[in-house]
Design a protein around this ligand. Sequence first.
Ligand code: OGA
Ligand code: MN
Length: 198
Amino acid sequence: MLEGALLDQLVERGFAVSDALLDHALVRDLSRDLCTALDAGALHEAAVGKSRTRQTAIRGDRTLWIEADPAHPARAALLAALDDLAQSLNRSLMLGIDHVEAHYAAYPAGATYARHRDRFRDDDARVISFTCYLNETWRTEDGGCLRLYAPDPVDVLPVLGRCTLFRSDTIEHEVLPATRTRLSIAGWFRRRDAVLRR
Ligand code: OGA
Ligand code: MN
């Protein structure tokens, strides 16, 4: 459940950070599931923008879209939790979210994601962005912060279970380099496609 204080932060500052948004047992299962997928070579070089072109200078992560696959119960549980979150966001803020998409991401040591916004220029379906970090024993000196420009920079250390929510349309952000592999989930709460709303 989304607490009022978190919603207030999201409305007032355009972003919110919480270590309690997802159940800790689920976070551990997701972390293990991502490590297994990474070891099995299931993550692929990420693409940039709707054209899906590869640009490692812009982003250096490898990703895997999360589907509600019975073979991976943690993935189905995450999507269910994000659906619950979507209901709360809709109830409180009337955002008209009707779909959530999410992927696992792994940034090798030194990899970054240059400053950007998550809403595509030609598609305004993404309303709220979500991240959750899956790194065991992450320390400040490991780096890899998510820097949110709100508009002043706010750094979020990617420790196990820490989650963020931020506006996809206004909040610029970047991923800073880490000294070790950085594991995360990135997700987007979406409205119906623009075409259907016209
Ligand atoms: C993204 C992104 C941030 C993070 O995937 O669009 O900005 O901290 N990720 O992983
Ligand atoms: Mn982003």
